[in-house]
Design a protein around this ligand. Structure first.
Ligand SMILES: Nc1ncnc2c1ncn2[C@@H]1O[C@H](COP(=O)(O)OP(=O)(O)OP(=O)(O)O)[C@@H](O)[C@H]1O
Length: 231
C-alpha cells in the first residue's frame, strides 16, 4: 500500500536521506530502525508530506503522493503520530480528538467508538486540558486522535519515548490489537529492540542515508544489531 522509491530528502542544504526505498503492505507492522540522527523522523515527515521529496517518489495505494499536501495524504488514509506527540495543550482531550475528524474519509462528524475503545483511560479525561495530562496520557491521546479517522496506514514515531513501562505495555497491546484487526498497517519508529521485535513483521535499517539492511524478525540477529544499531 505504501511504496517509497529512491527517495531523497533533507533540510535546506543538508541531504539526510539519499536513496530510500521501502514498502508497507496492507495490515503489516513495518519497523524503521537506525542510530540516532540517521533520519527516521525525516522519513516519516517526508512520507506525510511535511518535508518535500527532492528526488524519488511516494506512492500510496497506487496513487502518486509525491507532491501532495499533508492534508490530502491524511484524507487518503494516512495517519500520523509525530514524535513528541504534538497535541494541543489548551484544548480539552475531547476537542483534541475531534480534530482527528478533519482527516475522516467518510465525512463523520462524531467521534467513532474506535477512538477511545482502544484507550479506555481517555473518556474519563474528556474535559481536561491536553496540556494537563502526563506525557504517557498525551501519547495515548495523540495515538487515539490519529485513529479517529480510521487510517489505513499509521505512521508512529517513537510512541514509547520517555513513557512509563505500564503505558508502554498499553501501547504494545494497542499495536497488537490493530494488527489483529488487520485494517490498519503501521510504519513504526521505535528505539526499543525488544518492543519492535515483539510487534514487527518486517524491518528496515537506515544508515548513511540509505537502507542498509532489511528483513524479517528472525533475520534481525545480534550481528545486524551490532553492525547497524549499537553505538
Ligand atoms: N528541522 C531540521 N532542520 C535541520 N536539520 C534537521 C531538522 N530536523 C532534523 N535535522 C537533522 O536531520 C538529521 C536526521 O534527524 P532525524 O530526527 O530524522 O533522525 P532520527 O533518526 O529520527 O533520530 P532520533 O532517533 O534521534 O529521533 C539529524 O542530523 C538532525 O540534526
Amino acid at each position: 500500500m505504501l511504496a517509497v522509491q529512491q527517495l531523497e530528502s533533507g533540510y535546506g542544504e543538508s541531504v539526510i536521506l539519499r536513496d530510500i526505498s521501502l514498502r508497507v503492505r496492507a495490515g503489516q507492522v513495518v519497523c524503521l530502525l537506525g542510530r540516532n540522527g540517521v533520519g527516521k523522523t525525516t522519513l516519516m515527515k517526508t512520507v506525510m508530506g511535511l518535508l518535500k521529496v527532492r528526488k524519488g517518489e511516494v506512492r500510496y495505494n497506487g496513487a502518486d503522493m509525491t507532491r501532495k499536501a499533508p492534508g490530502l495524504r491524511a484524507r487518503a488514509g494516512i495517519g500520523y503520530v509525530p514524535q513528541g506527540r504534538e497535541i494541543f495543550p489548551q484544548l480539552t482531550v475531547y476537542e483534541n480528538l475531534l480534530l482527528g475528524l478533519e482527516a475522516s474519509r467518510d465525512g463523520a462528524v462524531q467521534l467513532p467508538e474506535e477512538a477511545h475503545r482502544r484507550f479506555p483511560v481517555l473518556p474519563a479525561m474528556f474535559g481536561r486540558r491536553g496540556g494537563d495530562l502526563s506525557g504517557g496520557q498525551q501519547q495515548q491521546l495523540a495515538f487515539a486522535r490519529a485513529l479517529v479517522s480510521k487510517p489505513e496506514l499509521l505512521l508512529l514515531d517513537e510512541p514509547c519515548e520517555g513513557i512509563q513501562p505500564s503505558i508502554v505495555d498499553d501501547i504494545r497491546e494497542v499495536i497488537r490489537s490493530i494488527k489483529g484487526d488487520g485494517r490498519t498497517a503501521i510504519l513504526l519508529v521505535e528505539q526499543s529492540l525488544e518492543f519492535v521485535k515483539d510487534v514487527g513483521d518486517y524491518f528496515y535499517v537506515i544508515d548513511k542515508g540509505g537502507i542498509a539492511w532489511e528483513g524479517e524478525p528472525e533475520a534481525l540477529t545480534e550481528e545486524v544489531v551490532r553492525q547497524y544499531l549499537t553505538v
